[in-house]
Design a protein around this ligand. Sequence first.
Ligand SMILES: Cc1cc2nc3c(=O)[nH]c(=O)nc-3n(C[C@H](O)[C@H](O)[C@H](O)COP(=O)(O)OP(=O)(O)OC[C@H]3O[C@@H](n4cnc5c(N)ncnc54)[C@H](O)[C@@H]3O)c2cc1C
Length: 452
Amino acid sequence: MAAMHPSPRTGRRRLVIGLLAAGAILPLALGWLLVGPARPWPDEIAGASALLGFAALLWSFVLSGRFRAVTDVVGMDRTMRWHQVTGIAVSLLLMLVHPFLYTLPDGPAFMRPDDLTHAHVLGLGGASIATGLLAWLLLGLLTTGAIGRDQIPFRYETWRAVHGLLAISVVLLGLHHGLSAGRYSASPVLAGLWLALGAMASSTLLWVWLIRPIGLARRPWRIAAIRPVALRTWELVVAPVGHAGLRFQAGQFAWLKLDRGPFSRREHPFSIASAPSEAGCLRFLIKEAGDFTRGIGALPPGARAFVDGPHGNLVVEKRAEPGLAFLCGGVGVAPALAILREEVRQPTPRPMLLVYGNRVATQLIAQEELERLSAAGRLKVVHVLGEPAPGWAGESGQLDAALIARHCEAAARAGWLFVLCGPPPMLREARKALQRLGVRPAQILEERFTYA
Ligand SMILES: Cc1cc2nc3c(=O)[nH]c(=O)nc-3n(C[C@H](O)[C@H](O)[C@H](O)COP(=O)(O)OP(=O)(O)OC[C@H]3O[C@@H](n4cnc5c(N)ncnc54)[C@H](O)[C@@H]3O)c2cc1C
């Protein structure tokens, strides 16, 4: 059997994971190296949890900043998931372990002038108690607000702004607390490292809130057209103003700010549905979901737009598989359309299969185009409706294991690449069904339309 070598992307992903993990461990390692453990073990665990947790909190800003050096390698949804998991792990360490394991008496450092490194007494004074307590409370608010985001009756943008402000407050308060009370952080090297990491975390916010919008302002777009294309679904076309447009790969997505300025916090991610070779304008398919998307049809043509992208790894370019199979639900067909629109423009397009699930027939997007491609023998389309009208000739039901096995077995056997996009339960079911057909995880690409 041939040895399995990690792909270059897996290698780069491991490098990013390694660097982030090393960055989180660095303060603790330096603390032990430069100052050294000297207290009873519960106190050392309490101190170590603070060093580890606070460093991870500072690095998690890098995960939330949508930096392409990270997201292109790791994937946007995985980056967001790491950000969420790190946040929860950090909170558990900082909130449940750090304050409760100390056995040493506390008191301000001046009580024991001979104990400069707080080996025998915790260096807690009035101010460091106050900042520690406040950071602890705000961290609780930050974490519960993130876990229960969908239950909070705020707009997503309001939630995001509050989340950022709470996070930076925890950092500033935590820095004060650590530098004034921490035994290890009394070392000038470690204090310098904390200030550098704090500056890094604050600069990611500066980048996201100021520098990136300045970049967007220099490459404006305008809304060229908005038209209904299916039930509660719109096609939005944006045109570049004074520049050549966006270079992207089919299957990628962008964050859009529509009919507002580049500094607006109101931005939403949408997959690009046009092919990269349709140079210039970008097309998006937008389904009404909440307050922003419900107003999409009322946006005035000609209004300004800003496009932050491209992002995402749902990319089939450079993949050597002999065919492409798309399993899509609803508006999840958008990136698949971009990929198949690009593929049919290639000198030797690969065979393609689209298994496309919707609730009712009026939700079908790009029906005529799909029929044309299908009649030309470029694509096989399998429509699946959850609630078909009488007389419906296609498949009915869900994209479940049996249906996927029926339509994808040959593609699985032939080693095709599978591209999945749709609601999370559909994605889970499809992935399981494909794995049962023997499709390797490396042959499945997937985009979730949510970071929840
Ligand atoms: C990578 C990606 C690609 C997407 N592509 C498409 C597409 O091609 N067509 C399409 O119709 N939809 C797409 N979506 C989903 C789309 O972004 C949301 O439906 C839209 O942002 C909802 O906004 P709302 O205010 O109308 O609804 P809300 O009710 O405010 O939000 C519904 C849910 O959408 C998510 N959401 C809202 N705002 C944001 C935001 N600014 N950033 C991230 N998530 C947000 C949240 O999970 C929220 O719970 C995509 C999402 C992602 C993550």
